[in-house]
Design a protein around this ligand. Structure first.
Ligand SMILES: [Mn+2]
Length: 223
């Protein structure tokens, strides 16, 4: 039977930290069967560390149904851009910088207009998480949204202390498997460290992963 995509419920597909892993991103998109009718959200840290940040950047900039939020690594790129710091020769950032030759400023303009949070139907997407003691997402500090793991003065991950009802989808904390709670889902399964790239499909709450082709960067002690 012919499947009319207009009759299919619109999906939101949230993708964990890509870190320049374009090959795995393409595999994941194909495995999910993403269509123009789906909304795709990159959870931040889609650039740096990995093999092809320029390609991921161009894909994010040029694909209309792809949204993205800021991660701490996008902020690092912005800092270097604002201060006119050229990347160290032959570093992954230098390779990206060379590949982006001619539209580096456009790429940085793109990054600096990304939000820290996207609120959708029944979910909020942020890069790292929230301080569970502050209830409104609008009152969270940008630093926490970009980097929080264990809140200052607490001894558990923020999502184990979070009792809110709203589903928070996050990345940033590379772990061997996705964090799955009723009200929090963590998607950073360490693709750039040789783990996997993971996506969450909403509203069905289904997780789909593809394994990393290789360990692009060593990272001692990721869970
Ligand atoms: Mn991060």
């Amino acid at each position: 039977m012919f499947r009319n995509t207009r009759d299919v419920m619109k999906r939101t597909i949230i993708i964990g930290d890509v870190h320049g892993c374009m090959a795995e991103l393409e595999k994941l998109i194909t495995k999910i069967g993403v269509t123009d009718h789906d909304d795709v959200i990159l959870i931040g840290d889609f650039v740096r560390k990995g093999p092809d940040s320029a390609a991921v950047m161009q894909w994010a900039m040029g694909t209309p149904n792809v949204l993205s939020i800021l991660g701490n690594h996008e902020v690092k790129l912005l800092n270097a851009w604002f201060h006119g710091v050229e990347p160290e020769r032959d570093s992954p950032d230098w390779v990206m910088w060379r590949q982006l030759d001619g539209f580096y400023n456009d790429a940085m303009d793109f990054i600096r207009t990304r939000p820290l949070c996207i609120e959708g139907e029944g979910f909020q997407a942020v890069h790292a998480g929230i301080d569970p003691r502050i209830h409104s997402i609008k009152r969270q500090s940008p630093h926490d949204l970009l980097t929080i793991r264990i809140p200052r003065g607490m001894d558990v991950p923020w999502y184990d202390a979070y009792t809110g009802e709203s589903l928070i989808v996050f990345g940033h904390w590379a772990q061997r498997s996705a964090v799955i709670r009723t009200n929090a889902i963590g998607l950073d399964t360490g693709c750039v460290y040789g783990g996997a790239l993971t996506a969450l499909i909403l509203p069905e709450r289904r997780l789909i992963s593809v394994p990393a082709a290789k360990e692009y960067q060593k990272h001692e002690g990721w869970k």
